[in-house]
Ligand binder design. Sequence first.
Ligand code: ADP
Ligand code: ZN
Length: 737
Amino acid sequence: TAPPESPAAPPGHYGRGALVAVLTTQPLATTLDYLAPEGGCHLGAFVEVPLGPRQVLGVVWGPGKGGFDLAKVRPVTRVLDVPPMRAEMQAFLARAADYTLTPLPAMLRLATRAPGLAGGAMMRKVYRRAGPEPARMTEGRARVLDALDAFGGAAVTLSELAEAAGVSPSVIKGLVKAGTIAGEDSPRDTPYPRLDPDRPGVALTEDQERAAEALRQAARAGGFSATLLKGVTGSGKTEVYLEAVAETLRAGRQALVLLPEIALTAEFIARVEARFGARPAEWHSGVTMTERRRLWRMVAEGGAELVVGARSALFLPFRDLGLIVVDEEHDSSYKQEDGVIYNARDMAVLRASLAGAAVVLASATPSLETWVNAQTGKYARLDLTTRYGAAVMPAISAIDMRSEDMPAAHWISPSLAQAVGRRLEAGEQSLLFLNRRGYAPVTLCRACGAQIGCDHCDARMVEHRFLKRLMCHQCGATKPVPSACPSCGAEGRLAPVGPGVERLAEEAAALWHGARIAILSSDRFASARALKAQIEAIAQGAADIIIGTQLVAKGHNFPLLTLVGVIDADLGLQGSDLRAAERTFQLMRQVAGRAGRAERPGEALLQTFQPEHPVIRAILSGEEERFWQAEAEERRAAGAPPFGRLAGIILSSTDLAQVSDFGRELAMMDAPLRAIGARLFGPAPAPIARIRGRHRVRLLIKAEKTAPLQAAIARWLGQFRPPSGVRVTVDIDPQSF
Ligand code: ADP
Ligand code: ZN
């Protein structure tokens, strides 16, 4: 056969029979050629194509490559009735794939799985009466028609109809063939209510107005810009960036606000509703598939103006994205650590740059990367230095644990206890912060000294009295607390060592009889809804003492809270992690920032054994800029991020020898890395050497800032074929190193 109008087909539309390159969601490295279907198709169209014996989802990625026997090319099965992927989204997926060294199909899956495109949710047909009764009427067919009538014209899917009629789907398909009923693509979904950007917001203070005006200008400019919005908790960052949202809506463009945690969305959505008179679209794992489908389509068609969501919202098909806000941009939960490993903050900047959108990174304690980018002028920077209203930042001071009188198995010092006592008398709330879930981090046998570990991981089991079990925080495995030591068999000699929040609550209950104590820790709540209810109750005064993990550090407002006691300020400083200082500084400042609101000044007390440690001193003095400066200098001297580049390669397998051998092989053939001046470290056991029964070995690659790291890694790994059973995971810009 003569080649149809290809491969030089014009961009935009491919006529019937044109050769098109389709990227499928299957793990194949490249696109595959197909013939465009009956009515032709558009660039970016979502299609079903045959792949071997199956039908798979794909996207028309460009003109076909050709160069082979055209008679063997199979046609596209059908074009989905959804808006085609825009070129900008194609570019985003391609760039994100290159950056994270992820195969492009895996990136495409990120963009199609959540709305159910890959799972077929968009492909569902709905059925209705279309023609005369069939010539041959069977009992099953009659039941189908009765059932359809019973639905009263409402659209039903194949499976719904088959179930209602008590027939197999083939009976329905027979009726379609006979022309009695017809299956159609699901009807268009309804748009979200319009937001009104011109409703009056709060009257901004002078500082806030200055920042808001700068952001409005960025939104009006209509091109890419990146801005760090830095301000202490309660300084009005949210009020300010809502002004940027308003300006974006006025310009007729769409906005996306990313939040680090689902539990924060409810409060935020209420604020949006108060400000703009309607609720925005919501996108996260707790949203139903039907709603996600609606949102996906509406985002593409412009029927959703503002989306509030989790990091995966970056992969939504915005028609005209004008603004992305990344709230609490330093938060480590923006780093996706499973599957495709990416940092949503960095991807937000990439997406905005391709969309010609403004990006706002908001935080009280920015990541060092963002701080440096603002310092070097790559990002603009806006500061809100004071809390709104009469609220002042809490006074932060240290409790030197070396001079406190501490009985064994107690963690609340007399000085801290006194301060809590004063709050109880005043009817104010205290927060005791300890970043350790459960009752005790270690369960030790007093007879033989053994610690109870996980059977599947290189990790200790943590006792959770609330669950009445031991739990592994790596894999989630649980087991009952044994009465005898699993190592030596001694009865009744197992003892908890060290504190978790549950044990701290026990100590608090013994100290303050009758005080209402609430534990805020992620394992205590079955659902985001339950957690939210508890947070709201506490905000209204349902607890006197809150015992919390880092869950409480994130943006919840507790107006009655005036004291924060940090049980172990040294906890995060242990270990060799280069980000330990940055993380501890951020966490302590965030937690301390929970204390005190307008009429009630707050106080934060840090229990520490090393009050002279530079990080602790920086937290106490509040000289933030000096801290960042010193931290940046240290990183620069070490050639560490953001001044140098890092990548981690994790190899895992159930077979330790196999994974170690492969690691050594990789290390021996590192010429492509040396060619760009990069250095390879390892293989060494990964920080957690075994998870879920898989042994993990890590290699670290360090390179200059400007070195073409990804390309070199691709060349290097391309030399090998991993032995079967070995999984290779590449983590560009790892969080810990
Ligand atoms: P941040 O996001 O920096 O923590 P918020 O925007 O949440 O700060 O502001 C903290 C609190 O102060 C909120 O309850 C907010 O509504 C209120 N607030 C901030 N600025 C103003 C203002 N100019 N007028 C009235 N209330 C304000
Ligand atoms: Zn485990």
